[in-house]
Write a protein that binds this ligand. Sequence first.
Ligand SMILES: [Fe+2]
Length: 428
Amino acid sequence: MASSLVSFLATGNYISSSCRAISNHDIDSCTFGQASFPNKRKSRELSVVSVATELPLVVQQQPWKGVEKEKKLVAWTSIQQDRWEGELVVEGTIPRWLNGTYLRNGPGLWHLGDYDFRHLFDGYATMVRLHFDNGRLVMGHRQIESDAYKAARKNNKLCYREFSEVPKYDNFLAYIGDLANLFSGASLTDNANTGVVQLGDGRVVCLTETIKGSIVIDPNNLDTLGKFEYSDTLGGLVHSAHPIVTESEFLTLLPDLLNPGYLVARMEPGSNERKVIGRVDCRGGPSPGWVHSFPVTEHYVIVPEMPLRYCAQNLLRAEPTPLYKFEWHPESKAYMHVMCKASGKLVASVEVPLFVTFHFINAYEEKDEDGRVTGVIADCCEHNANTTILDKLRLKNLRSWSGEDVLPDARYNYIYTPYKIELRSLIT
Ligand SMILES: [Fe+2]
C-alpha cells in the first residue's frame, strides 16, 4: 500500500468544489506531468466509472453570482456532494510510468443550510484522491467524517468552534457550558482540513491545528477510519498543522500556551507515542508565536517564534477579530531557535526581522570548507510582516474576483541563522 502512494502534500490550501472545479482552478496539483484535467467546456464528457454508495446531500449547492462566468471563483464554492468518484478525461498523454495515488485535503464545504461561513479556513475538510494507473486517471473526493462535520450534518448547524465560527447558543447556560468545554478542548473542532501525511508505517493521517483533529483515513476509498489517538501524556490542545514526516520519524511542535514555549517531539513509525526531544522557552511576548509550520534540517529542528502570537482572549470571543485567535506583538520581536535533533539542546536563539508566514518551504545547513555547520537557512513564504493576510482570506474577499488578484503577493524570503555566533552570546 505505502509504496503505491506517489506523494502527499501537507499543504491543503483549498479544495475545489467537484471534478469540474478541479478542472478550472489553478492549484499546483491540478497539473501533473503532461496530464491535464478537462476544462469546463469538456466537463460534461467526464465518465463516471464508479460512484460510491449514494449518501444524502449535506446541503444543496448554493449557486452564487458570477461563478459560471469566472473560472477562478469556482475554487471557492462548496462541494456539491459528500463523495464522488470517476475517471477523468485526459488531454495529452499521462506517462505510463506514472502510477500511484496522490492525496490532498483542504476546506471544501463552506455553508450549512442557508448559513455561509466567512473564512477560507472554516470549510469542512474534503479529501481529494487522484489515482494514476497505466495512463488512466481516476479522481475521487469525499468529506472527512470528523465529529464536527458529522454533528453539523446531523443538526444542520455549527456545533464546534471552527477557525472563525462559533456555535450559536440557545441560552446563557449553553454558552457557559461551551466555555468550560473550550478549556478541556471538547468544544474545539476536529475538522482535519489542513494537511495529510503518510506516516512511516503507511498510515495516512489528516491534520489540523487541534490535536484532536488528527484523523486516519483509508487512501484507497477515502473512508474515515477514526481518530489518531496519541498514546502519550503530552496533553495540550494545539500543535503545528504541518509536522515533518519522513520514513523514519514524525516531528512536531506543540506550543505551550500556559508557560510560553514549545515542545519539540518525535514519534516513531508504528507508534502513537510522541516523545519530547526538547523544549524552547519563548524569548518575548505573553504567549507563543503561531506555529502553523516549521522547518527542519538534517540535524536541527528550527522553532520559529513569530510575533503573531496565540491569544487566549481572542479564543474566547464569539465574533472573530481581524487577527482571529491571534494577536500581533511587534514589541516582543521575532526569533528563530535552533535545536539539535539528537540531543534536544538549543544551539542557537537568534533575533530575526519581524515576519509573518504560514509555510516554510525548505531548510538546510550551511557548512564551511571543513564541513562544519556554520548556520542554517530557512526558506519561507513571507507576507511582508503584514498580518492582514489573515483577513484577506475571508471568502467574501476571495470571491470578489474582478480580474486582479485580491491577495497581496507574498515574498520568498530566507532567514539565515548563524548558530555559532549566537551560541557564543548564549554562553556569555
Ligand atoms: Fe498550511
